[in-house]
Design a protein around this ligand. Sequence first.
Ligand code: AHR
Length: 324
Amino acid sequence: MTLKTVIMAMSLAAAATAAVTAALPAAAQDKLTVGFSQVGSESGWRAAETKVGKMQAEQRGITFKISDAQQKQENQIKAIRAFIAQGVDAIFLAPVVATGWDPVLKEAKDAKIPVVLLDRAINTKDESLYLTAVTSDTVHEGRLAAEWLAKDTGGTCNIVELQGTVGSSPAINRKKGFDEVVAKTPGFKLLRTQSGDFTRTKGKEVMESFIKAENGGKNICAVYAHNDDMALGAIQAIKEAGLKPGKDIKVVSIDGVPDIFKAMADGEANATVELTPNMAGPAFDALVAYKKDGKAPAKWIQTESTLYLPDTAKAEYERRKDLY
Ligand code: AHR
């Protein structure tokens, strides 16, 4: 082959590649890079969300840069600024608290970087600061938990509540939904309520103090925890107080992590409302579609909330144990 034919062959190949590339949508041509400011690793659910997010990114050929904020808003703000400086294609944010985001989100908007909220909402008057929010209906989750408890106890129960992180949208809303049902159930009494910061350790500590203050736990009919990890800490505290979790004190919580299904199968927990750890999948789909045709997705992409009871706990545990 002469030099001339080699160059001609190379040009033809280049032209063919250019034609194929031009036919591809923009999002497929440029590999997307998404920066994710994750809250931290406070719960089993959070770890699963991170793991599933990585899997979902890999399936789509997206580069997913994760920054762990260790539960601090200031770290999240720094991470968002770093992502802006790197010129990522989008930013995913799981906001530790609901307020205080406008200035940094305005910086992202000015840099034309879309922001997608994952699993938690923010308080803002300017909805143009984020593209969409992929979250469950967290008020509904609180209602579901309380309605189950009302049905199970015939509407008479002295309850203690373990709240999530102060100022976070799931803590605010899961309390709101639960309180709505308490208000219309005359036999329900909320004895005590305190934050356990969504962690197993703090859930246990706070439950110990509730038990101490409530006649060694004998006044308590049920504990409602805003997540499973705090419920699992509470179960430990109940056992150490010489009582039977799931029987002497009922346990209802939110998330649907494998350990709570195990506890339900063992008779130590009574109900959980599942929160899917797959928040990133719908977020990537919305983002790719947006990058492709410029059509903004709905402002809220709602994930399902399903109540699970002990009858299916063993099977649900088996189904999830490897995912987490
Ligand atoms: O925002 C979702 C909540 O955050 C989960 O219920 C909890 O486990 C996590 O820490």
